[in-house]
Design a protein around this ligand. Structure first.
Ligand code: SF4
Length: 335
């Protein structure tokens, strides 16, 4: 997944007896992140996102940075039951206008995702899938008809990489991206983690960028992010910043409008107007330093910048009160 869990130290010390309301599964990781960490740069910039994950995954990535939970079964990680309504109450309590399903693959706990989405929508809270995009046609709409945004990993652009390094296949991920574009209103962005010698060939970057332009259009943001050695892939070096710069140049030359670099300190974290070049959102790492957008448009030339820029509704007062009521119960959370 694009957003990484901090590791065991971030596992929360949850109270043993949470108020239980209805169906819940065991959450193994809870954290509050900047939305830019997912990464999403065109979705409620500068806000916090209540992030949760469980155990397991439907891919077998050798470079997984969350392998301690993604390679575990539910009974092998410290976890707790939290109902969908309590997840929403916690998000409100901690000032998060959105909830992200992340750290491991949320498709495998899709029922829980859907239940949380229903509760979140009632409360005016948005929802985000941080996903590998490996989902069947049958399950796709069951999940994506309910979420507001997604970041999809496009881990490489060769079947060989997907087969050897993730133990899965490329085409289903491309299908998911196409369905997202053609059949939903989900705001989505793409992450490509570049690993030296495995998927950093400029020709592959060009093919990937060409495919995005042709099938999804120029306005889907693309994030090139830096690898660091982890799990079973410790024999590869960190991705040099120059590799990300080169990949970004290729994608921009191809015609993509919003191309970012991640996991390094870079000026390519800013959002710029593709028409006049003005910097619209200035970032440092995951922090938004300045947002100059005016009603979602460039203040200089007026170009509408695609994205979801406004928090749609304030959380329902009933749920806010509910969250306050449980403040003591959730006070043990180190969020
Ligand atoms: S998709 Fe790959 S990187 Fe993401 S959690 Fe699963 S195994 Fe890890």
């Amino acid at each position: 997944m694009g957003a990484h869990f901090r590791g065991p130290s971030a596992l929360l010390s949850l109270p043993a007896a949470l108020p239980h309301r209805r169906r819940a599964i065991r959450s193994a990781a809870l954290q509050i992140d900047p939305i830019e960490k997912k990464p999403l740069n065109h979705f409620l910039p500068g806000t916090r996102v209540f992030s949760l994950g469980t155990a397991g995954c439907n891919m077998g990535c050798f470079f997984c940075q969350n392998w301690d939970i993604s390679k575990s079964k539910a009974d092998q990680v410290r976890s707790t039951h939290i109902s969908p309504e309590d997840i929403v109450a916690l998000a409100i309590r901690y000032g998060c206008p959105s909830i992200a399903f992340t750290y491991n693959e949320p498709t495998i706990w899709g029922e829980y995702v859907i239940d949380i989405c229903h509760a979140a929508r009632e409360a005016g809270i948005s929802t985000v899938m941080v996903t590998n995009g490996y989902v069947t046609r049958e399950a796709f709409h069951d999940i994506y008809d309910h979420v507001d945004a997604a970041n999809v990993d496009l881990k490489a652009f060769t079947e060989g990489f997907y087969g050897r390094v993730t133990l899965t296949h490329l085409q289903p991920v491309l299908d998911t991206l196409t369905w997202l574009q053609q059949e939903t209103n989900v705001w989505f962005e793409i992450t490509n983690l570049i690993i030296p010698t495995l998927n950093d060939d400029p020709r592959e970057i060009r093919l990937l960028s060409d495919w995005i332009l042709e099938h999804l259009g120029p306005d889907v943001p693309l994030h090139f992010t830096a690898f660091h050695p982890d799990f079973k892939l410790r024999d590869k070096p960190n991705t040099p910043p120059e590799t990300l710069h080169a990949a970004r140049r290729i994608a921009l030359e191809t015609g993509l409008h919003y191309v970012y670099e991640g996991n390094i300190h870079t000026s390519a974290a800013h959002t710029s107007c593709p028409s006049c070049g003005q910097i619209l959102i200035r970032r440092s790492w995951h922090d938004v330093l300045q947002n100059s957008l005016r009603d979602g448009a460039c203040p200089s030339c007026g170009l509408k910048i695609p994205g979801r820029w406004k928090i749609s509704e304030s959380p329902s007062s009933a749920l806010s009160q509910d969250a306050d009521k449980f403040a003591d119960t959730f006070g043990a959370l180190n969020l």
